[in-house]
Design a protein around this ligand. Structure first.
Ligand code: IPM
Ligand code: MG
Length: 360
């Protein structure tokens, strides 16, 4: 089959890790007889450098013509990069938020899975890890604090800033349905995370999630307060199957969940709308400190490409092949620096990509 894939290389380590994912996708094409036409799209700092803004209408329009978009990472070092001298709405991150909104990517899926081979890299004690864990965070991505009205004012010499957290029941319902559908294909449990003991938006969240749960009688639903969830993730991560939560809580909890898997360099993500289209990106950032040094771990991006094959292109067999190849390379003892442990062989970004591509 023929597919059109948008590639956002982005900033920092982005171009390196996307290059390795492309290597793996090319191996998939060779083996399974598909053709991927790649379209390069600019976003974030790279778009600021070329066009003066972090996202153009052209990028949005071109993305819409693609079956899916694979992205590396955007942003730079806030202390040194000239991008951060611009006003907040013109900075790289605004481009990412803008494309999520423009493409209506309201459901962000972030799996956190402990590879047996990486138990050594996991910062938790063996008795806490137990049988391991395999969860997926479903984060609402186009609402809440990220998109509410905000302003900074000054009155009588006193500065004041306000951000607003708004959710409509429709926004809650559609992402909740995604979470229940995903749970139906897994261990059939949804943990909905909120702060209903304080926030009105969380109380509405809880009510609507309960209404949605009635449509899925075979799925178990529990509610958990976000502070408790932050604790449970390091106390007993094995209890979670699908975590459903709002935008800001999901941002924070997904970084925490990724860290307990051993390295944020392993975590993929998918941002989906109501159609098959999705934007796929690693959960980690652009790591400007190691950019261009051939040190970054490309696995999160390669696993994001696997998610793209599965969710947007319906190529399950091919997605399995990519995930198996990653597992094989880890089992054979190859590691990038971030997941290195004793007795393993340390490899570069490009070596890791080649090793995985060769095992497709
Ligand atoms: C993420 C990132 C972004 C977010 C930033 C870069 C705006 O942290 O994808 O988790 O907060 O959503
Ligand atoms: Mg984040």
């Amino acid at each position: 089959m023929q597919y059109r894939i948008g590639l956002i290389h982005g900033d920092g380590i982005g171009p390196e890790i996307v290059g390795e994912a492309q290597k793996v996708l090319d191996a998939v094409c060779g083996k399974y007889g598909h053709t991927f036409e790649y379209v390069r799209l600019l976003l974030g700092g790279a778009s600021i450098d070329a066009n003066g803004v972090p996202l153009t209408e052209e990028t949005v329009a071109e993305a819409k013509q693609c079956d899916a978009v694979l992205m590396g990472s955007i942003g730079g070092d806030a202390a040194t990069s000239p991008w951060y001298k611009l006003e907040p709405s013109k900075r790289p991150e605004a481009g990412l938020l803008g494309i999520r909104k423009a493409l209506n990517l309201f459901a962000n899926l972030r799996p956190a899975y402990l590879y047996d081979e990486l138990r050594e890299a996991c910062p938790l004690k063996n008795e806490v890890i137990g049988e391991g864990f395999d969860m997926i965070i479903v984060r609402e991505l186009t609402g809440g604090l990220y998109f509410g009205e905000r302003k900074t004012t000054e009155e009588d010499g006193v500065r004041k800033a306000v951000d607003t957290l708004v959710y409509s029941e429709e926004e809650i319902r559609r992402v909740a349905r995604k979470a229940f559908e995903i749970a139906g294909k897994r261990r059939k449990k949804v943990t909905s995370v909120d702060k209903a003991n304080v926030l009105d938006s969380s109380r509405l969240w809880r009510t609507v999630v309960e209404e949605v749960a009635e449509e899925y009688p075979d799925i178990a639903l529990e509610h958990m307060l976000v502070d408790n969830c932050a604790m449970q993730l390091v106390r007993d991560p094995g209890q979670f199957d699908v975590i459903l939560t709002e935008n800001m809580f999901g941002d924070i909890l997904s970084d925490e969940a990724s860290m307990v898997t051993g390295s944020i360099g392993m975590l993929s993500s998918a941002s989906l709308n109501e159609t098959k289209f999705g934007l796929y990106e690693p959960s980690h950032g652009s790591a400007p400190d190691i950019a261009g040094k051939n040190l970054a771990n490309p696995i999160a991006t390669i696993l994001s490409a696997a998610m793209m094959l599965r969710y947007s292109l319906d190529l399950d067999r091919e997605a399995d092949a990519v995930e198996d190849a990653v597992r094989k390379v880890l089992a054979e003892g190859y590691r990038t620096g971030d997941i290195m442990s004793e007795g393993c062989q340390r490899v570069s970004t490009t070596e890791m990509g080649t090793l995985i591509a060769e095992r497709i």
